[in-house]
Design a protein around this ligand. Structure first.
Ligand code: UD1
Length: 424
């Protein structure tokens, strides 16, 4: 297995191009199932997760064609759904595969999707997905670990009250409701920019979605959706991660094709900690050269709150800032697992409660061998390695490949000393 070798201590300097959003692409790929016409997606990030979603779609009957001239452009065409089963072997490898449930049910009237199961950051149940589709007329049973859903006579609109603003449940219902009979209202919907992107794509296919990005979303069902060409938004989590890379190495990075508008709170916190941030319409410049950073408290919440997907990276940064920072994780019940790995590199972290920790900034971090427990925790370890003295080896590189396009190339271009090496 490969791991990353990072020799720390060099301030990063230069330009990092930000890729299309992984979390916007995954539902967008599934939304292509809603029509029998071709749908072209632009700005698709080439990642193991998006390649994997391609496999799931191909298994359902989608023809996926890569554009010859443009490496991040793909056309998906599902003339006929030839199979409505997403098996365990595929779903267990990527949770977001259950996004096919809503579109399959809406277009095909039937879907059998393996239950995704828990994951390392928490139990991550799918009760809201199932209950919502039931309220929209689907007959759903859990059999042998599978969600077996039927809606022979189609889905109908319903008013849904979400107990929590789930991103995945909002996406699934949004897609299912586009072809349902009548109006669907989601109260307490997730407000993430990826939801807005999905709604924009669906509307360009002829759907009638309004209110995306707000807590109440309304969808008027239509009879048919058509093909479209849609450009995926920039990856705000990738941009936020590289912003922290500039800050933790006390360097300066220009993040090209990034959208500062989707990173309000994380950029505010960086600014408060002492980093200079300048942004234009599609560029963010993060300058931490010669700065002494001050610790900041972080509390994760649904958008526009602080994203849980940047919590680990900011915890890494706070290990190098002066004073105490309290980090509170409110979205997932087990998402502070990176703390012990950070401590192996010299960080001072006290766990207050199961979901909060106090980070006390230290003068110096030391490189060592560390193991990534998930995608974002993996990037936090890369950040620690960039800031530490000596060599750091990050194991379980496959987590990082799920969500960071050309990580080694992008970091090497801005002076990082990073390479892939074989684990002995
Ligand atoms: C998505 C993102 C993930 C991000 C998360 C929160 C994708 C592919 N993944 O995951 O990167 O960390 O949003 O921003 O976009 N919940 C239930 N019942 C449900 C569904 C969710 O109780 O049926 C709970 C979860 O356990 C969790 C909370 O709701 O505590 C939020 O989860 P959710 O927003 O659904 O996360 P995902 O869509 O899985």
């Amino acid at each position: 297995m490969d791991m990353l070798k990072i020799t720390g201590g060099t301030p990063l300097y230069g330009i990092v191009p930000i890729s299309g959003s992984k979390n916007a692409t995954l539902p967008a790929m599934c939304a292509t199932l809603l029509t029998n016409e071709p749908v072209t997606l632009e700005n698709v990030p080439w990642l193991s997760d998006t390649q994997f979603m391609g496999k799931i779609l191909a298994n359902l009957g989608t023809n996926c064609a890569k554009d010859m001239e443009n490496a991040d452009k793909y056309t998906y065409h599902t003339q006929v759904i030839t199979n409505s089963v997403a098996p365990y072997d595929l779903v267990r490898q990527m949770r977001a595969s259950y996004y096919v449930l809503g579109p399959l049910l809406a277009r095909n009237g039937a879907a059998t999707v393996s239950m995704p199961g828990g994951c390392v950051i928490g139990a991550r149940p799918v009760d809201m997905h199932v209950d919502s589709l039931k309220q929209m007329g689907a007959d759903i049973n859990i059999q042998n670990g599978y969600i077996v859903a039927n809606a022979e006579h189609g889905l109908h609109g319903a008013e849904l009250n979400f107990k929590t603003p789930s991103v995945g449940a909002t996406c699934n219902v949004l897609m299912a409701a586009t072809l349902a009979n009548g109006q669907t209202i989601i109260n307490n919907a997730a407000r993430e920019p990826e939801i807005v992107d999905l709604a924009n794509m669906l509307n360009s296919m002829g759907a009638k979605v309004s209110g995306a990005g707000e807590s109440v979303v309304q969808i008027e069902g239509v009879k048919k959706l058509t093909g479209t060409t849609h450009k995926i938004i920039a990856d705000r989590i990738e941009a936020g991660s590289y912003a922290v890379a500039a800050a933790i190495t006390r360097g300066k990075l220009e993040l090209k094709n990034a959208d500062a508008g989707t990173l309000g709170l994380p950029l505010d916190i960086l600014h408060k900690s002492g980093v200079d941030i300048q942004s234009t319409q599609n560029t963010i410049v993060v300058d931490a050269r010669g700065r002494e950073l001050k610790g900041q408290d972080i509390i994760t919440a649904g958008y526009p709150g602080f994203p849980t997907d940047l919590q680990a990276q900011f915890m890494a940064l706070m290990t190098t800032a002066k004073g105490d920072s309290t980090i509170t994780e409110n979205i997932f019940e087990n998402r502070l697992m990176h703390a012990p790995e950070l401590m192996r590199m010299g960080a001072h972290i006290d766990k207050n409660t199961p979901n909060s920790a106090v980070v006390q900034g230290v003068e110096k971090l030391d490189g060592c061998i560390v193991t990534a427990s998930d995608l974002r925790a993996g990037f936090a370890l890369v950040l620690m390695g960039l800031a530490a003295q000596g060599d750091t080896f990050v194991r379980h590189l496959y987590h990082l490949e799920r969500g960071y396009v050309d990580l080694v190339g992008k970091l090497s271009n801005v002076d990082a000393k990073i390479s892939r090496v074989k684990e002995k």
